[in-house]
Design a binder for this molecule. Sequence first.
Ligand code: ADP
Length: 445
Amino acid sequence: RLVNNLEIKKDDDKDKCVENADVASAADTSLLLKIIRKGLVESNLDLEVQRKDPKSPLHSVKTFEALHLKPELLKGIYAMGFNAPSKIQETALPTLLADPPQNMIAQSQSGTGKTAAFVLAMLSRVDTKQDFPQVLCISPTYELAIQTGEVAARMAQFCPEIKLKFAVRGEEVTPNSKLKDHIIIGTPGKILDWGLKYRVFDLKKIRVFVLDEADVMIATQGHHDQCIRIHKQLSPKCQMLFFSATYDKEVMNFAQHIVPDPTIIRLMREQESLENIKQYYVKCMNEEDKYNAIQNIYAGITIGQAIIFCHTRKTAGWLAGKMSSDGHSVAVLSGDLTVEQRLAVLDRFRAGLEKVLITTNVLSRGIDIEQVTIVVNFDLPMDARGNADCETYLHRIGRTGRFGKNGIAINLVDGEKAMSICKYIENHFKKTIQLLDTGNSDEIE
Ligand code: ADP
């Protein structure tokens, strides 16, 4: 019995650890990335394609004309400033638009042109002579659904007869009335309500089903099951399209539920590396001492802009207070801010208005701030169980080829636990993390 109690206590501690760590929701991160993005993320990496029948020829196009779209749609694409298909679009579009329709799973990092590709497929498959919903697109959140709808509206700007309806919070329908819109974009709960409970459209008549941001969908409580319930109602002839920025086992299991006989297209992500990064660690006694270490680093070298990562919001707030009162201009980015507030903080930091950005894990992935030369891990990254989180370490410190400049990473290590995480990370990447004596900053080159 005693043993049982002890185990329960341990589990409680784990929960606390999860609760305290400030991690942004997958949906917020995805939205932030979308809004921040100014254009296409280019990639030189190869596309990987798996087909039902590997012998059938694989079409790819270099121009939008080659797709034989309706002239109004082509005009819309050019009006959006697209000149030629992106890497993933070259191969995805012919399959998405093929007759008979083919199912597809496509995976590539945010910004590579997935949304534009499936929106084009959605719009081209609409038959405006029929006034009932024919295309259904599910997004994980209100905001993401609106983003996709805005892309659709812009692309269809010369096709005024195509009607689009959002099935999201705030939108209401009269039960048992019949929707006349051609395209529905919405969140899983609302779509279930409208399709099954209120029966304002017939899921059996949907010809194109798009599941967007499947990885974010899985990360959101309840969405996975709702999507499967919606999917069960669809006709076997419906074209199933599945998009995701990541491609792990859970996502693929989900995909297998949704998409029979798919063509699978993957575009590898540019690998981040620690190649040109000098990594150090500083031995500290406690938080106060970690703060002294930062002071010493600042006293010793001229720093351009720096990002400091903390594990919790509380630490981030505390550190920001201390640094500000010592005269540093600091910005704080944490999970309690809205996406708009985060954008504002990032814009100011990018413009150089603050020299230091203190943040929690809300920023660990996908946001390249080129001018940052120093990254400080005030707390080493660890997962919910308190183990070293090497992936997050790489996202914080690493650079992709495009920004392959030199950088410095400093890990503040207080006590044995932090030291063991530091050693683990060092072994994992097989790159030395050197001891730094902050009393003697000449050591940093
Ligand atoms: P993803 O869905 O993979 O995140 P998006 O479709 O949202 O990618 O595209 C990312 C950005 O690139 C958007 O700003 C979009 O307008 C733009 N974009 C998409 N396709 C093209 C293209 N063929 N040419 C130029 N810009 C494009």
